[in-house]
Design a protein around this ligand. Structure first.
Ligand code: FAD
Length: 474
């Protein structure tokens, strides 16, 4: 081989934090981009002239799948720490709140998993199995380092371009390990740090209370004969209220417009407005926003969401995430560190269909990592990141909605895919079909139209989806 060929060969090292849906989709994105650009895994390569790569996906638990890995994680948590409270947001009976037809990764349609038998709203273990199956099918497992926790991430400013240092601990090694990466993608999820608004925290000192992350089952004797206030009535809040209403004496759902039609224990459920806090002036009950005071509450469940949390990020990295603010930034397009875009995030946007978005974000990060930023300069990225941060994100509504996308997700997904250079007509068709199904599913959920204990979850979308799948009439 000539000296020129030797010089030209390049080695790219990638670190990914987390092996939930976002982490494995990102790993696949890098594998696809490396393959398209002719790179080989360093371990498999015998030719010194070829560009090579390494990918390390760090996962602090012992399995792949993140929050969907309920069975494994609940068992390991209760076996190793029998007295600790539950720290996994999924609960025993959970079924998806989106139909699987839209949830699936575009590269791995859900009909490859026969267990769901046409049902659209499936169980947590079916989703967990799907993610494991995806990881295996795409050849990702060999890159995943289980039981390896990332403790610290910082920049190595002495190298040019700046590299990223990742420090990890694992039960197999007695001391922390440090490694340097060209690119690091953070996919640590955002359902680990329960959030309760400051104005409501005082309820915890007066009432028996818990956050929805601690909830596991409505069968528990602790609900029997009790009056329970569930604060927050989005997907988890209404599921939890419905389950405990079977055993409880009464359940208040504090969320205007929450749909309770068709619930078996409906006569015991009352939808009330927002909760303000303790009523300090008169009865010491719980004050609602319409001035009503609840004096009969025994227990409070905070279904009030989660904070973004990145305890492993060194302060010098310059990414802000304040407790209670529910935003991270400033970041370019909700993904890249503006100055050092070799540090990026997948999965920050919420109120989206997550898996397809993760695949697009992961692949685009990988494509840009290999091909560069073209015309988009550091100043432009910094300006736009700052304006997105100060302007409270695409919706511009409130600080805590900085990462809210909702109806804007289809346009956002497209924009990110176009940046990656792989978005075409096929992707537009899939995006459109997903948008249609997502909107119909959302309308049914709001109406609570179909009776029975699972309400909207009786809808089946697979026929529509098969007809439309990827826009091809069958
Ligand atoms: P996670 O699944 O949280 O994965 C993050 C991974 O990072 C975890 O494995 C974690 O152990 C690991 N990790 C974190 N920190 C470290 C560290 N320092 N070092 C190493 N590893 C680390 N989505 C849907 O599409 N449909 C639904 O019906 C749906 N229902 C939901 C219901 C509930 C109750 C919740 C909480 C979420 C629901 N979601 C649903 C959203 C769900 O979060 C996403 O589907 C998706 O699974 C998120 O994937 P993730 O990889 O971003 O995060």
């Amino acid at each position: 081989m000539s000296p020129t060929a030797l010089q030209a060969s390049r080695h790219v090292r990638v670190g990914v934090v987390g092996s939930g849906a976002a982490g494995i989709a990102t790993c696949k994105g890098f594998l696809d981009a490396f393959k398209a650009a002719g790179y080989k895994n360093r371990g498999d390569n015998n030719d010194n002239g070829t560009n090579t790569f390494d990918i390390d996906v760090f996962e602090k638990y012992g399995t792949v799948g993140g929050v969907w890995d309920y069975n494994e994680r609940i068992n390991s948590a209760t076996t190793s720490h029998p007295t600790t409270t539950k720290t996994l947001p999924m609960y025993k009976s959970l079924r998806t709140n989106l139909p699987r037809e839209v949830m699936s990764f575009p590269s791995y349609p859900w009909n490859r998993l026969p267990s769901a038998e046409g049902r659209s709203y499936i169980t947590h273990s079916e989703v967990g199995d799907y993610l494991k199956s995806y990881s295996q099918h795409m050849g990702l497992n060999k890159y995943i380092r289980l039981n390896c926790e990332v403790d610290n991430i910082k920049f190595d400013m002495s190298s040019s371009p700046t590299k990223v240092v990742v420090e990890t601990t694992s039960p197999n090694s007695s001391s922390p390990t440090s490694a340097v990466y060209d690119h690091v993608v953070i996919c640590n999820g955002h359902y680990e740090a329960p959030s309760v608004p400051p104005s409501l925290q005082c309820l915890s000192s007066t009432y028996v209370s818990m956050h929805s992350i601690e909830y596991d089952s409505g069968d528990d004797h602790k609900w029997r004969g009790k009056t329970v206030l569930c604060i927050g009535g989005r997907a988890s809040g209404t599921d939890i209220a419905r389950e405990i209403s079977m055993a409880a004496k009464k359940v208040y759902v504090s969320e205007r417009g929450a749909a309770v039609e068709g619930w078996p224990g409906k006569e015991k459920v009352e939808v009330v407005g927002g909760t303000v806090g303790m009523d300090s002036t008169s009865t010491q009950g719980i004050l609602l926003e319409d001035g009503r005071v609840l004096n009969d509450v025994d227990m409070v469940i905070f279904c009030t969401g989660y904070d973004y949390s990145f305890k492993f990020l060194s302060p010098e990295v310059g990414v802000k995430f304040e407790k209670g603010e529910r935003r991270v930034g400033p970041l370019y397009k909700q993904i890249w560190h503006p100055e050092h875009p070799n540090l990026s995030f997948v999965g920050l946007p919420h109120s989206v269909v997550p898996f397809p978005l993760f695949e697009v974000q992961g692949r685009t990060i990988a494509e840009i990592a290999l091909k560069g930023w073209g015309e988009v300069g550091k100043e432009e990225r910094a300006r736009e990141a700052q304006s997105d941060y100060e302007g409270m994100g695409p919706s511009g509504r409130r600080v805590e909605d900085t990462h809210y996308l909702g109806d804007l997700q289809w346009q956002y997904t497209r924009e990110i895919g176009v940046m990656g250079g792989f978005w075409g007509e096929e992707e537009d068709r899939r995006n459109k079909v997903n948008e249609e199904i997502y909107k119909r599913a959302g309308m049914e959920r709001k109406k609570g139209k179909i009776g029975g204990d699972d309400g909207y979850r009786r809808m089946e979308f697979w026929r529509d989806w098969e007809k439309h799948e990827w826009g091809v009439e069958k």
